[in-house]
Structure formats: C-alpha cells, structure tokens
Design a protein around this ligand. Structure first.
Ligand SMILES: C[S@@+](CC[C@H](N)C(=O)[O-])C[C@H]1O[C@@H](n2cnc3c(N)ncnc32)[C@H](O)[C@@H]1O
Length: 328
C-alpha cells in the first residue's frame, strides 16, 4: 500500500497505471480499497504529509506510528541516531576485547559486564530516538521527555506496539525541560542506582518565528508549532536558541561518566569513544557556530571536552556532539 500511494501519486487512476500497483490493488478487498481511496484524496486535497496519510513511518529499523500534531521524525535525525548506535557497538566491542585479554596479559581481566548506559532524550516527540536507542542498545535505560501530552501518548503507544513485545528499557514522561528540578528528579527515579545519565540527546525546537511563517503550509497545518519554534534568549548568539541553552545547562549539571564515554574508553578508542551530549541543529553553518559558542560558554570547552559537528547526507552541518575526551 505504501508503494502504491507514494509511487502512484495523487489519484487512484495514476496508481492503476502502474502494472505492479494494479496487481496489488486487485488484491485489496472493498474496505481496503475505500480506505486507500480516502488516503489518496486526503493527500491530494488537504496536502496531508504522506507520513500522516500512511499513519506509520520507518525509523532505524522500527516502523513507528505517526499522527498529527506530533512531529514526523526526519531522516537527518535517524542518521545521527544510527551514528550513536554504531559508536556504542564499536565501544562495546573494543571494551570487551580490552577487558577479556590484552597483548601483554593474555589472561582474561574481568568478565564484569559494563553498567547500563543511561540515556535521556529531551524533546522526544514520537519517541523515535529513544526507542531506536533502547532497541539497538539493549544494555541501556532510556528516558524520553516531552512537554506535549500528545507526544508522550504517541511515544508510549510506539513503545507498546513497535515490536511484538513492549520495549522494556525505555520510559516516557511529560515534563518541561525548563523545569530542571523536575527533570533531575525524574531522571533519578528512572535510573535508580545506575547513576546516570551518561548520554543526553536532543532535537529541540529551534526555528525562529519568522522562519516558521515561511515553512510549507503542510508543516504548519499539521505539525505542532511547539515542536518547531525555539524560544528566544538574550544570551544566545541567534534567536530561537533558548531550548538549547536549557538542555546544555542541565546536561552540564547532571551528566555522569560511563566507561564508554571516558577518554580511555575501549582499547580501540578513536571512533569507538561515545559522546556525552548530542544535539541536532538546523543544518546551517551560522547555527552550528552559534551552538558551539553556547556549548563553550556553558562549559563544554577544551581540554575537558571536545565539540565536534557532523554533516548529514546532504552535506549540511546537522549534529553537534560533545566528548569527554580530546578524541573525535
Ligand atoms: C523538533 S521536535 C523533536 C521530536 C523528536 N525528538 C524527533 O526528532 O522526531 C521537538 C519536540 O520538543 C517538544 N518540546 C517543546 N518545548 C519543550 C519543552 N519546554 N520541554 C520539553 N519538550 C518540549 C515538542 O513537544 C516536540 O515534541
């Protein structure tokens, strides 16, 4: 059905022109056909984003339910989420090699498993990032937080339905990230004795009011403006960056070292070193520079930490990561 709609364009007749789609359409019963007809006309007349028409969208090997007004997860976000997962895998593999044997001491050193990686996803929306991290990093406890009750309801729905069994190592809670006391209490009760968080990730709202007015109608009509417009701050270099300031300030006060985030993480080091803080940005150079300045001002500066920005598939500066070590 997904292929039929996306490739078939806006009318059922267009879809029927495609021989493969026609074969699939013929296999639909009457109620399925009616549903498809409704979806196609929604898309054609109302400009409903294709993801909302379909009601589901893939993200890091999970098929998530998506529905208005909760933000549709974007491919750029999936890209850096997978980047974190890959880094964790390399860190875990090189750590298990390092803790099992070393060249000078071929005897196993320790078989103690590392403590769970405690992660907070601030501004979780549909729960996409939190769910993907929890699923692909089984030795983790992930807390996803959002101010929107619609977002938390959808994230919990996805937690329960995205696999055959609910994903147990992820938790969602409604909280305003500007309320740092509530956020810290929530984190303590979620991680208990595990002493996290060790990693904080966030794709906060960052669009200015002026830029929001220029967004396509379909975005403004269906996606929550709170998911997009960043609050202004007099202390940030650009408008719309107050959410970042709150995330970074809170991260600075609560982050704890984890074996995989330390400078000596994994004998392999290098690419396997885990970041402690990962923030999605707008994809422009001025925004990336402004974000780096906010990070430095709040306390993420060398030699204690290294700030590195990474490009997305389209070559745009998309995410900025802070490492506890001077290793990329
Ligand atoms: C850009 S969306 C990101 C959603 C999801 N993480 C993703 O990448 O698809 C930003 C999210 O931040 C939430 N948000 C906005 N202000 C917030 C606040 N003060 N505290 C917590 N969440 C907030 C919105 O409800 C929205 O779900």
């Amino acid at each position: 059905m997904v292929d039929t709609i996306t490739r078939g364009g806006v009318s059922l007749q267009n879809a029927l022109n495609d021989a493969d789609a026609a074969r699939r359409l013929a296999a639909l019963d009457v109620s399925q056909r009616l549903r498809l007809q409704r979806m196609v006309s929604d898309r054609a007349r109302g400009g409903v984003p294709i993801q909302y028409v379909l009601g589901e969208w893939p993200f890091a090997d999970l098929t998530l339910t998506v529905r208005p007004p909760v933000l549709i997860p974007r491919p750029e976000t999936e890209q850096w989420t997978r980047w974190i997962i890959d880094r964790y895998r390399i860190a875990a593999e090189s750590d298990s090699v390092a803790t099992t044997t070393t060249r000078s001491n071929p005897k196993p050193k320790s078989s103690q498993p590392p403590p769970p990686l405690c992660v907070v996803d601030l501004c979780t929306g549909s729960g996409a990032i939190a769910l993907a991290l929890a699923h692909h990093i089984p030795n983790s406890i992930v807390l996803g937080v959002d101010i929107s009750s619609d977002a938390i309801a959808l994230a919990n729905h996805n937690k329960a339905r995205v696999l055959q069994q609910p994903i147990k190592n992820v938790h969602f809670a409604q909280c305003d990230l500007f309320d740092s006391t509530a956020l810290t209490a929530l984190t303590r009760s979620t991680f208990n004795a595990n002493a996290g968080p060790h990693l904080i990730v966030s794709n906060p709202p960052y669009i200015t009011r002026a830029a929001y007015r220029a967004l396509p109608v379909a975005v403004r009509r269906f996606e929550d403006s709170r998911a997009l417009i960043g609050a202004d701050s007099t202390t940030a270099p650009l408008p719309g960056m107050k959410h970042y300031e709150a995330v970074i300030g809170w991260a600075r006060s609560v982050l704890q070292p984890h074996p995989f985030t330390s400078p000596t993480a994994g004998a392999g080091g290098g690419d396997g070193v885990m970041p402690q803080l990962v923030l999605e940005g707008s994809g422009t150079k001025p925004h990336e520079r402004a974000l780096t300045r906010v990070l430095q001002r709040i306390g993420y500066s060398s030699p204690a930490s290294t700030i590195v920005s990474f490009d997305d598939y389209f070559g745009r500066a998309r995410w900025t990561a802070c490492f506890a070590a001077s290793t990329k």
